[in-house]
Design a binder for this molecule. Sequence first.
Ligand code: ZN
Length: 134
Amino acid sequence: MITYFCKVWPNKTKSEELVDAYHRSFRPYRDEQILTAGDQCMQEMEYFPKPVDVISRINQGYLATTPYTIEEGQICSKCKVKSRCIREPADTGEWECRQCYSGLTLEQHRKKVQLIIEQMGKMGKKIIEGDYEG
Ligand SMILES: [Zn+2]
């Protein structure tokens, strides 16, 4: 990304110190976030973006629209089971499996979903019966 920045703002030359400084600042963030925010900087900014310019864009834009991430094959931070996990907030949060996140076992979760479906079914039936009465 810094290579691109140097192309867009040719008065700045790429140096090891420069790259190192950016690397340190961006350590807590994911590559895709940095790249998205970096692209935004290239479109919006008149001067060479400082790390803070990129980070503020990460915080405003990306996190605001994606408050959590869900990924397969993550280790749950609570029960240590590898499964499909959710992380909230998207970056600073810890991975949690559905069970730990919702506080429901898989069985309880199934029952809850089933109950919702049953309730909806009853409502549907009532509406149909109501139509006949009317
Ligand atoms: Zn868990």
